[in-house]
Ligand binder design. Structure first.
Ligand code: PHB
Length: 401
């Protein structure tokens, strides 16, 4: 049983509480003085999917974050860390309530979440209204670091534009001319497909048809049959988590992987590769990570993650780990005073991470600037082929900061 399954549920709505180093801070909560208040725990509110098609992804983000904190002796900015978790179930309709509860009743000092772009939109709106500190450890929704950017909203993952636009040139350079796209019909799917098309069409490629099904459906058969009929040079896909496992297996089972190569955003094969088995062999994707990045920070991270969890790390674990690293970087400069928001944000802006993914800085909209890698599935791993585009900066369209 993992740590996530064991903590007590405190309400019907799926809140889970767990804490580290809490007892020492009890008196300080009642009679705070500046010095003692800083020894009080920092409350981290995880709002992540712990169930459903993205359940494993949320769990890995959580575990990556906790690994970093453990490596710092259970502290961030010199203060013990207390966690509260909510399973957002990747349901946008519950996002506002869940977020309000973490910010309001739970009084979390910082919210870390989430995976799903539609849920993240709801979180971003509440974060803006309440001026809460939010670190997005996955969801790529462009608006979060675009028109809805704000000093209190940060991302340690990617924008939907950032990871897919570089694939356009990669596929055009590979001589692929006619491509079919396929995804779930929701913000992340639409934005990733649009970004891919932007890059592909600018390099002379043609998208012959866009296929989509509602999130999180996995009845792919009719769409796979349509691909077989259209016979494009290649397919570009965005699916993730459980849905990606099924799509890749169904695609291979239909015999298409031999005749119509499958490309995609790296989420198609990250965190899913073991379950996909041989069906994933040869799939090429772009992402801000590859399993075998030959970097000391990556090797140390993968070793530590395996030691702590018994599992192979992936991009989701990296993004969670880096969310804690970003927070630590900011808190170090304000001596753990998470309430000193302006100073904290100024410190966070200066953070340069030696991430397992490679060097990482933040742009003016608080989105990572990072390498995007071309990978291919070989031997059950997402192996690096080359840097598809170095230091990719999201254009932060519409951000006025
Ligand atoms: C998203 O909804 O933004 C999303 C979800 C899962 C991923 C990547 C992006 O793996």
């Amino acid at each position: 049983m993992t740590r996530l399954q064991s903590p007590e549920f405190t309400s019907r709505r799926g809140f889970i509480k767990a804490s580290a180093g809490l007892l020492a801070g009890t008196a300080a909560f009642r009679f705070p003085t500046p010095a003692i208040a800083q020894a009080a725990p920092i409350k981290v509110g995880f709002m992540l999917p712990y169930s459903g098609t993205f359940g494993k992804l949320g769990q890995f983000i959580d575990e990556g974050f906790r690994l970093y904190v453990d490596q710092k002796g259970g502290k961030l900015g010199g203060r013990p860390v207390q966690y509260v978790q909510v399973d957002d179930e990747s349901k946008p309709e519950n996002a506002t309530d869940n977020m309000n509860r973490l910010v309001g009743r739970e009084k979390a000092d910082v919210i870390v979440g989430t995976v799903h772009s539609g849920v993240a939109m709801g979180m971003v709106k509440v974060a803006r209204d309440t001026n809460s500190l939010l670190i997005i450890p996955n969801a790529g929704v462009n608006e979060a670091t675009g028109p809805l950017c704000a000093p209190n909203i940060w991302r340690t993952s990617f924008s939907n534009w950032q990871v897919c636009q570089p694939m356009g040139k990669v596929m055009a350079d590979a001589g692929l001319k006619n491509v079919v796209t396929i995804t779930w019909r929701y913000a992340a799917g639409e934005q990733m497909i649009n970004a891919f098309k932007e890059g592909f069409q600018a390099n002379g490629g043609k998208v012959v048809e866009d296929l989509a099904l509602p999130f999180p459906e996995v009845e792919f058969q009719a769409l796979i049959t349509r691909i077989a009929t259209l016979k494009p040079d290649a397919v570009f896909a965005f699916f993730a988590g459980g849905g990606a496992v099924k799509f890749v297996r169904d695609y291979a089972a239909a015999g298409l992987s031999k005749s119509i190569p499958l490309y995609g955003a790296g989420f198609l094969t990250d965190g899913t590769i073991q379950a996909q088995g041989d069906a994933a062999n040869g799939i090429r994707t772009t992402l801000h990570y590859a399993d075998n990045l030959d970097l000391p920070a990556n090797k140390a991270f993968l070793d530590a993650f395996l030691k702590k969890t018994g599992k192979d790390g992936d991009i989701y674990a990296v993004q969670g780990y880096d969310a804690a690293a970003l927070l630590e970087g900011g808190l170090a400069g304000v001596k753990g005073d998470i309430a000193a928001r302006n100073a904290l944000v100024a410190e966070m802006r200066k953070v340069k991470l030696d991430s397992p993914r490679g060097p990482m800085t933040f742009n003016k909209a608080n989105n990572p600037v990072q390498n995007v890698y071309l990978r291919e599935v070989r031997n059950g791993r997402n192996e690096l082929i080359k840097i598809a585009q170095a230091n990719v900066d999201d254009p932060a369209r519409g951000c006025r900061l």
